[in-house]
Design a binder for this molecule. Structure first.
Ligand code: DGL
Length: 270
């Protein structure tokens, strides 16, 4: 048995592409439909109720594309809107559980750092997931709200002095906490991986939620006999400014988006 319907992936904007990049690497035969809610980014500074409402609308759009699975490629949605999974007719995967598992496996000194949006950090979603696996772990967390607009603006080079000093300020409490493992708990943050690594220094393992999630998706599709033997195409949709999206998306994905990016009216999917 196989299932050649696409995998649906969504985020508030560009960040979820760090998950798509890993999915394409690990599952090159899967078709993917990506939705970035660029008209309403950021999610991570809003109330939990608004994030849940947006997540439901994003999921409704993906279901209209006949997807076989939905991935919330957004740490914020994964932290506070995961209960929408019960309402979905297809399997739902999020990015917190796989990242927490990877961090618990990677740490040597039991000190794990978590960075994410204000909503994610306030929810303590990663801390709860880590403590279930490693009850004695010490967790240091900090929100980095300026990282998302920096990524959306394409200021992702490790030579960018503005991005570097923002990172130094956000990451200093985690360095002081002597963490040996750091979860980049927002899917936008792996775009700043080099900057974050430079600030944290050698000896700190960075956990990319995309890598950990792609592995879990692969396992799920294999177990359920839902792999696509002959796909490999990716369609991109956004709720605003397709041109602005494609420019940074191509840098993040390391390839051109040949099929282009289409705009959808997300208010049609309420
Ligand atoms: N990329 C998202 C996350 O993982 C959302 C960032 C935002 O919209 O604030 O949390």
């Amino acid at each position: 048995m196989s299932d050649n319907r696409p995998i649906g992936v969504f985020d508030s904007g560009l960040g979820g592409l760090t998950v798509v990049r890993e999915l394409k690497r690990l599952l090159p035969n899967e078709d993917i439909v990506y939705f970035g809610d660029t008209g309403r980014v950021p999610y991570g500074t809003r109330s939990n109720d608004i994030v849940k409402k947006y997540a439901r609308e994003d999921e409704a759009f993906l279901l209209s594309q006949n997807v076989k699975m939905i991935i919330a490629a957004c740490g914020t949605v994964s932290s506070v809107a995961y209960m929408t999974a019960d309402e979905l007719p297809v399997p739902f995967l999020e990015v917190v559980t796989p990242a927490a598992k990877a961090a618990a496996e990677a740490t040597k000194n039991g000190r794990i750092g978590v960075i994410g949006t204000p909503v994610t950090i306030k929810s303590r979603s990663h801390a709860r997931a880590i403590l279930r696996l490693l009850p004695d772990a010490l967790i240091a967390a900090n929100s980095c709200p300026l990282f998302v607009p920096l990524v959306e603006e394409g200021w992702i080079s490790s030579d960018d002095s503005v991005t570097f000093s923002v990172a130094e300020r956000y990451l200093s409490p985690l360095k002081a906490g002597d963490v040996d493992t750091l979860i980049m708990g927002c899917t936008h943050y792996p775009a700043l991986r080099e900057t974050i690594a430079k600030v944290m220094g050698e000896g700190v393992t960075l956990i990319d939620p995309g890598t950990a999630t792609a592995e879990m998706v692969k396992q799920h599709l294999e177990e359920k006999d839902m792999l696509n033997p002959s796909g490999g195409k990716c369609k991109y949709f956004v709720s605003d400014r397709p041109d602005a999206f494609s420019k940074t998306a191509e840098i993040l994905m390391g390839e051109s988006i040949e099929q282009g990016v289409s705009q959808v009216d997300i208010f049609d999917y309420i």
